[in-house]
Design a protein around this ligand. Structure first.
Ligand code: NAI
Length: 333
């Protein structure tokens, strides 16, 4: 298949080229994001390969169909950036990577929890300046604390297992409870109770119309005073302005983010020479108890290897056996 790969970084090229050695698809690597302005660059391709901040709205899907594209291969698990209804109407096949390394994201989540709690990001800077004072670095034992996990799919279950291992009491909310989580000792409760009782709340549900701003001002007000909120799911699961107010009032005592509502204009690029135009993001970076990473939770060798392998396998299956042969979990439409 002729495939135009959008939002290519050097590591994408390396891992996709390696996975493609035997499959022999004709890959064209492009650096720009897929948007209405760049969609026509895919002219002559059978497929496009897209990442989390590529725009696959109805207009873009329409443009892609116009230039001959019939397959969209997402190299991500989330597909909130795809207008699935439009894709279906246009007869496009959209495939994704349902699971590549839930451990990568879960371990990064726990990394944020540990770093925020023990202020490792601040300690690192202090020690570099030969400031060995401990004042301001006080943490708390995770052992015995309550962790609330919103969404116990592949990633949420891994987080639950790790936190059970730390000796935490783990609560969860999910419309489809997991037997694995329950067997690990996780207790399912309604979201409102989870928020009231948890010292740490971590989000692992997909972004949909129902979960957009799941954590808003009203829900923040229900949380324990000084709660630690972690979001490695998708930015818009939380209402950023409400979170900023929660940080200012002290209701939120710690915030760890790997995703941000408006990240598509920020993340994955070096913007250190430019003026930051996003005032909400700028405000978030002023809080000492906020730790943000730029959507890197998936970014392990194992994760990238599996993403590339599944993406290439998805393309080969569609080409040789048709969309019906793609595993159900990988077929978006
Ligand atoms: P999954 O599909 O295995 O699990 C999602 C779970 O959320 C399911 O059990 C589902 O029932 C549950 N859920 C749906 N609506 C809910 C609600 N309103 N409240 C509570 N639970 C709800 O997905 P997986 O693989 O665990 O990934 C979760 C999310 O993590 C993805 O949708 C994606 O947005 C994000 N992600 C972030 C990455 C990063 O690098 N930061 C990398 C990979 C995924």
């Amino acid at each position: 298949m002729r495939v135009t790969v959008f939002s290519t970084k050097p590591y994408d090229r390396t891992f996709l080229a390696e996975a493609n050695e035997k499959a022999g698809h004709e890959l064209t690597f492009l650096e720009p994001r897929l948007t209405a302005q760049t969609a026509r660059l895919a002219e002559g391709s059978d497929a496009v390969c897209a990442f989390v901040n590529d725009d696959l709205c109805a207009v873009v899907l329409d443009q892609l169909t116009d230039v001959g594209v019939r397959v969209v291969a997402l190299r991500s698990a989330g597909f909130n950036n795809v207008d699935v209804v439009a894709g279906r109407e246009l007869g496009l096949t959209v495939v994704r990577v349902p699971e590549y390394s839930p451990h990568a994201v879960a371990e990064h989540t726990v990394g944020l929890i540990l770093a925020l709690n023990r202020k490792i990001h601040r300690a690192y800077n202090r020690v570099r300046e030969h400031n060995f004072a401990l004042t301001g670095l006080l943490g708390f034992d995770l052992h015995g604390r309550t962790v609330g996990i919103v969404g116990t799919g592949r990633i949420g279950v891994c987080v639950a297992q790790i936190m059970v291992g730390f000796g935490c009491r783990v609560l969860a909310s999910d419309p489809c409870p997991s037997d694995t989580a329950a067997a690990a000792g996780v207790q399912y409760v309604p979201l409102e109770r989870l928020l009231t009782e948890s010292h740490i709340v971590t989000l692992h549900c997909p972004l949909t119309a129902d979960t957009r701003h799941l954590i808003d001002a009203e829900r923040i007000a229900r949380c324990r005073a000084g709660v630690m909120l972690i979001n490695t799911g998708r930015g818009a699961l939380v209402d950023t302005r409400a979170v900023i107010d929660g940080l200012k009032s002290g209701r939120i005592g710690y915030l760890g983010l790997d995703v941000y509502e408006e990240e598509s204009d920020l993340f994955f690029e070096d913007r250190s020479e430019r003026v930051l135009g996003d005032d909400d993001f700028a405000r978030l970076t002023t809080f000492p108890n906020v730790l943000i990473t730029g959507h890197q939770a998936f970014f392990t060798e194992d994760g990238l290897h599996n993403i590339a392998e599944t993406t290439i396998a998805n393309l080969s299956t569609v080409e040789h056996d048709g969309p019906g042969a793609v595993p159900t979990a990988a077929l978006v439409c």
